[in-house]
Write a protein that binds this ligand. Structure first.
Ligand code: BGC
Length: 389
């Protein structure tokens, strides 16, 4: 049972939760008749080493529903209405813990300590060279062999005047996956009455360390995982991107998107140029690149991306304080994983990962990802779910 904080509505909600918990040991709720938004909590299995995993369901007054679990602080489900009002599942995920434990490519998870690649798993900081696990040969990807996506986070649900939410906390040990310093990370998801899902990140450390946290949800706004994302249109607020080598490590250049298949400054169907003869697309087997957002100032909340599915009408807008966004067009999905008999095939979903640039610890010209003791890293990304008629 979670204690809500703040308001009278919150206290009423907590009492309602107690009443429901008495009838149902597996799930609690903080719903009240006067507060249509709510957060529910339920058991969601356990890891091989016996750690209990919990799932939270956030709902708002429009029926938008977001499910989160403590394994990887991951989003397991988001349901939003289409232009006819029909609810649909818009992220890849599973109803049970088991497939996540067997291994998924970061479905909905928080990736860290360093989201994206670090070249050859090496970086030098304060005169010392650190060696990370190589899990994407020859590079380190998304925090290593057992990154933040494969850890059970602590969680505390709440509801305040902005809506229901869950704060997840993970303490990463000094030296874990090769990273220096004990890092305490907090990630808070909150579903707003305005159909926003805010994801706020905070971190502190005991030693200088690189940090790059993001959410790795795979979106398919059609609500139909038999239909790929090539017909969905994307707009990115970026004049430049960071071109990569054949191992998807940035060269260090910031390249103008003008006159390239990377120009998404006006809404463009993802499939229009994805198979163009272009070395950057060839290296990645499609889009798997970091765009440099047109920020007004570092750390300033900026429009990053808008994704639209013309058929269902569903839209997703993303704003962030981060300087970059990785648009990954699901090129490595190959049908191996499936849910309810439907295989997750090539380009069936895409990721829009707000972040600092890949391999920043080895590129002094990129915005710094180094967190020092005594500082707190703050970052926020806001997803807005909408419908275009
Ligand atoms: C990376 C891809 C990778 C995928 C899943 C994305 O963030 O950019 O290269 O394959 O995550 O592993």
């Amino acid at each position: 049972m979670q204690i809500t904080r703040g308001t009278l509505a919150g206290m009423l909600a907590a009492l309602a939760g107690l009443a429901l918990a008495a009838c149902s040991p597996a799930a609690t709720t903080t719903q009240t008749a006067t507060t249509p938004s709510h957060v529910q909590e339920a058991a969601f299995g356990q890891t091989a080493d016996g750690q209990a995993v919990r799932q939270f369901t956030l709902t708002n007054a429009h029926g938008i529903e977001v499910k989160l679990m403590t394994y990887g602080a991951a989003i397991t489900s988001i349901k939003t209405p289409d232009k006819t009002g029909a609810m649909g599942q818009i992220v890849l995920g599973f109803d049970t813990l088991d497939p996540y434990l067997k291994g998924v490519p970061y479905f909905g998870a928080i990736v860290g300590r360093y989201g994206n690649r670090i070249a050859r798993g090496h970086f030098t900081l304060d005169g010392q060279t650190y060696t990370l696990a190589i899990n994407n040969a020859p590079n380190a990807l998304h925090g290593g062999l057992r990154g933040f996506d494969k850890r059970v986070w602590d969680a505390r649900s709440f509801e305040d005047d902005k809506g229901p939410g869950v704060e997840f906390t993970y303490v990463s040990a000094d030296g874990e996956e090769g990273y220096p310093g004990q890092l305490t990370a907090h990630v808070t998801y909150q579903l707003g009455a305005d159909d926003t899902l805010s994801i706020s990140y905070e971190a502190t450390t005991t030693k200088d360390t690189p940090v790059n946290l993001t959410n790795h949800a795979y979106f398919n706004l059609s609500g139909d995982v038999k239909k790929d994302i090539l017909g969905e249109t994307l707009q990115l607020n970026a004049d430049k991107f960071t071109p990569v080598d054949h191992g998807l490590i940035p060269t260090g250049a910031l390249q103008a998107v003008a006159n390239t298949p990377f120009d998404f400054r006006t809404p463009t169907a993802i499939g229009t140029r994805i198979n163009a003869a272009n070395q950057q697309l060839h290296f990645a087997g499609g889009y798997d690149h970091n765009w440099v957002l047109n920020q007004t100032a570092p750390g300033q909340m900026t429009d990053a991306a808008t994704l639209t599915d013309p058929d269902s009408g569903r839209t997703l807008s993303i704003r962030t304080t981060e300087p970059g966004i990785q648009f990954y067009s699901g090129n490595f999905l190959d049908g191996t994983l499936s849910s309810r008999g439907v295989a997750f095939t090539h380009r069936i979903a895409l990721c829009l990962e707000t972040q600092h640039f890949p391999d920043s610890p080895n590129h002094p010209s990129f915005p710094s990802t180094i967190l020092h003791p005594g500082e707190t890293m703050h970052s926020q990304t806001v997803l807005t779910f909408g419908v275009a008629h």
